[in-house]
Design a protein around this ligand. Structure first.
Ligand code: GSH
Length: 265
């Protein structure tokens, strides 16, 4: 059976769980607690030397990178097709998944950190803050984390990350004005790739970001109505983490609104 290394709060792992659910593929889970640092365990680094989830093991092979995994699952397994038929539409689908990998995913970490993770880390006291920063083996990430924890929304890369989300939501709203799904009239890997990020914004209490984006709002309602949404997005997410994200997001909204107003100026 296919094995998925994953975690409940990981947007990339949720993307893979969505495809597994949409295509009704049997899988068994190996839970890697990335909030407790299990991604750095030597046994896991054999699976993914980049110390990140998701990863899958199937047919005697290890695969990493959620977008690559999703395309592999689509090509390898029967079930509903999640790729458009025409080469042009396949290219359009990949423009969305590339945007997720290159821009939206990198913007997600700062936004999530300053909105919620930061509060939990600061609450553990000064020694724990430094221990948390030092536990990341990569110097660049250590410095970025230091900024997010110490400076919160004023950290240098946070406004840009929020601006990225605002720009992508505008682009999605415009695309969805002309079609039911992101690429034409069928649900594809593009919709699946964007879903966990829309859900992250909603979980952080930021759904006011699409008050003025009716096409995006209609799309997100349709995504949430699919039978894949709840199991893929919520079944593995600890309830207390979900509640904490929402409560922290509500508190953070004025800071978001300030940055969004500055970004749109
Ligand atoms: N490009 C990779 C990104 C993987 C990634 O960043 N995974 C996150 C969770 S969404 C992770 O495991 N982070 C580990 C950490 O925070 O140290 C993919 O799409 O699979």
């Amino acid at each position: 059976m296919l094995e998925l290394y994953h975690h409940g709060s990981s947007v990339c792992a949720a993307k893979v769980r969505l495809v597994l659910t949409e295509k009704a593929i049997d899988w068994s889970g190996r839970y890697v607690d990335i909030l407790a640092g299990e991604q750095f365990a030597p046994e896991y680094l054999v699976i993914n030397p980049r110390a990140a989830v998701p990863a899958i093991v199937y047919d005697g092979a290890i695969l990493t990178e959620s977008t690559v995994i999703c395309e592999y699952l689509e090509d390898r397994f029967a079930g509903p097709r999640l790729k458009p038929d025409s080469p042009l539409d396949q290219a359009r689908m990949r423009l969305w998944t590339k945007l997720v990998d290159e821009e939206i995913h990198p913007a997600t970490r700062p936004v999530t950190y300053v909105t919620t993770h930061r509060n939990a880390i600061l609450a553990r006291g000064e020694a724990a803050v430094e221990e948390h920063i030092a536990s990341d083996p990569h110097p660049v990430w250590r410095e970025r984390k230091r900024g997010w924890i110490r400076q919160g929304f004023d950290a240098p890369d946070v406004a840009q990350a929020i601006g990225t989300f605002a720009r992508v939501l505008r682009g999605m709203d415009a695309a969805l004005a002309d079609s039911e799904w992101l690429v034409g009239d069928g649900y594809t890997l593009a919709d699946g790739a964007l879903t966990p990020y829309a859900n992250r914004l909603e979980m952080l209490g930021l759904s006011a970001m699409w008050d003025d984006k009716p096409h995006f709002a209609r799309w997100f309602d349709a995504v949430k109505a699919r039978p894949s949404f709840r199991p893929a997005l919520f079944d593995y997410l600890p309830e207390d983490l979900r509640e904490r994200m929402l409560a922290d997001g509500r508190k953070a909204w004025p800071q978001f609104a300030r940055i969004l107003a500055e970004t749109n100026r």
